[in-house]
Ligand binder design. Structure first.
Ligand code: SF4
Length: 239
């Protein structure tokens, strides 16, 4: 790990987090996760690293592979909205088996929710099926590790590597924030990571099946999410 990355504590000030984010720019994503464990993990932190929540949409394997490389045995959670593609379930489970990644498919709220909310109010549906389950999952966690990248969208272009999610009371770490699409492709090729099976059918960003369509050549990669509605984010990464 880059020895110049300053370790900070859970009570770090906003300025300390800004400063260390700058230091972490350009570091390997696995080293950023190692830094996070060294900074924020409990002294006796052991797998599956109970202070940490790693969430992935499993539209690709990058974040889960990075997390597993840096902190073997760390749990990588797929929040199951009840509307994920069958291919996403298969892909996440297959990654777990093939690469020894500790994948957990979390269905915590699904049985209690009325079906088909997406047909009448996608914001309410995302709130109930994504945001509330995430916030439940973050209970008793100190650090949230995500796969958000600046190249994902205009709204994400200022994403820092580390910040405090004040609303949720956790430190948020985005080890892939600075990676471009070509960096991701190179990483996945280097480690021979499998591709989500819907990619070959034109899906460039993959969420729930009712709200995701394939994109056309030249379209923004996230144009297939909530297409035509003006909605661009589910609310997980807005705070
Ligand atoms: S993406 Fe669509 S189906 Fe999934 S939680 Fe949001 S509104 Fe509901």
């Amino acid at each position: 790990m880059n020895p110049s990355a300053t370790l900070v504590s859970l009570s770090a000030s906003a300025q300390e987090l800004v400063d260390v984010s700058r230091e972490l720019e350009g570091m390997l994503p696995a080293d950023i996760v190692r830094w996070a464990v060294a900074s924020f993990g409990a002294a006796d932190e052991v797998p599956p690293y109970k202070s940490f929540l790693v969430t992935s949409s499993f539209q690709d394997a990058t974040l889960s592979h990075v997390a597993q490389s840096a902190a073997p045995g760390i749990e990588v959670v797929l929040l199951d909205t009840g509307y994920l593609f069958a291919e996403t379930h298969w892909y996440a489970e297959n990654l777990g088996k093939t690469f020894g990644i500790n994948v957990h498919i979390d269905k915590r709220n699904e049985p209690h929710l009325a079906p088909n909310g997406w047909q009448v109010d996608t914001d309410a549906c995302c709130a109930a099926r994504k945001v509330v389950p995430l916030e439940d999952a973050l209970e008793n966690k100190k650090v949230w590790i995500t796969g958000v990248r600046r190249e994902d969208s205009e709204a994400r272009k200022s994403t820092p590597i580390v910040s405090r999610d004040i609303m949720r009371g956790v430190i948020k770490v985005n080890p892939l924030a600075g990676m471009s699409d070509s960096d991701i492709a190179l990483y996945n090729e280097l480690y021979e990571l499998p591709v989500h099976p819907l990619r070959e059918h034109g899906y460039t960003s993959i969420g729930c099946w009712p709200c995701t369509r394939p994109t056309k050549p030249g379209e923004d990669p996230r144009a297939g999410r909530w297409s035509g509605s003006g909605k661009t984010e589910c609310g997980l990464h807005i705070s």
